[in-house]
Design a protein around this ligand. Structure first.
Ligand SMILES: [Zn+2]
Length: 274
């Protein structure tokens, strides 16, 4: 099927259910303010999306799930390793999924999950879009807090990969755009990204020139939802299962998983984190 046949009518693919960085600069943690009101004001300045957020901001000391849709957790003064360790500790509890945006330059985490369930979560795409008007470098984490006995639980679901296409496809033509996607599981941390960013940029330009400006990412997601892409990812998972050893050893041995569309890389937690 040619590209022209795959173009999606604007609006057709707007609703997709969403299941679930190492940067070169030095993180600069916030200094704690004496008054929490002052502290909240500074976070709203650092991430202006918080200033127009429909949820009330709540400052928390640890990364944990928040099922209250009226509030949004913000977890300051925590850089990457410490945050990942806390998500890992939570993953071991076997609770519901949760998702966070992490800003490495600020050592700041903001919760972005909706409808948190044991096997799924929706991301707050409106909030992510608002963040992207100000920030171009951040990481979107989510946790798979399920048992470690299943290899697939340690990898992105295909819906996770489509979520990446929706979020990054819309921004990929912008210079300095660097949004990473990462899952923390009981066994390790998994990164997933486009396999060929030049190809993605070409497709996004193509959709734009075809009169689909504003719907480029939905068309990209539609392209990547096609059967041959899904099958290729499934085959990569099957390839992992052919390795011997524990699931963690299988994942380490077969990583990265690579298809025409996506690359998925697994790294185990260090020994003292298990
Ligand atoms: Zn997921």
């Amino acid at each position: 099927m040619g590209i022209r046949d795959m173009l999606v009518v604007p609006g057709l693919l707007v609703a997709i259910a969403l299941a679930g960085c190492l940067l070169a600069f030095q993180p600069r943690p916030f200094q704690r303010a004496s008054a929490s009101v002052d502290e909240a004001a500074r976070y709203r300045e650092a991430v202006t999306a918080l200033a127009t957020d429909s949820r009330d901001l709540r400052i928390a000391g640890t990364l944990r799930p928040n099922l209250d849709t009226k509030t949004r957790l913000i977890i300051p003064n925590k850089c990457q390793a410490e945050g990942e360790a806390e998500i890992h500790a939570y993953a071991l509890s076997g609770g519901v999924e949760e998702s966070f945006i992490f800003f490495p330059a600020l050592c700041l985490w903001i919760e972005i999950g909706y409808d948190e369930k044991k096997h799924s979560i929706r991301l707050d795409l409106d909030f992510i879009s608002a963040v992207q008007t100000q920030h171009r470098s951040f990481t979107i984490y989510h946790v798979h807090p399920r048992g470690s006995a299943n290899l697939e639980e340690n990898l992105p679901s295909y819906t996770d990969l489509i979520t990446l296409a929706l979020i990054n496809g819309a921004q990929i033509l912008k210079p300095d755009f660097n949004v990473n996607h990462r899952i923390v599981t009981q066994l390790g941390v998994t990164d997933y990204e486009f396999a060929d960013k030049k190809r993605v940029a070409y497709l996004i330009e193509y959709y734009r020139k075809s009169g689909l400006k504003g719907f480029e990412a939905q068309n990209l997601a539609y392209e990547y939802m096609m059967h041959h892409h899904r099958k290729a990812y499934h085959l990569e998972m099957m390839r992992c299962k052919k390795y011997s050893g524990s699931i963690q050893q299988q994942l380490a041995a077969c990583s990265p998983l690579r298809t025409e569309a996506f690359i998925v890389s697994f790294r185990p937690h260090t020994a003292d984190q298990r």
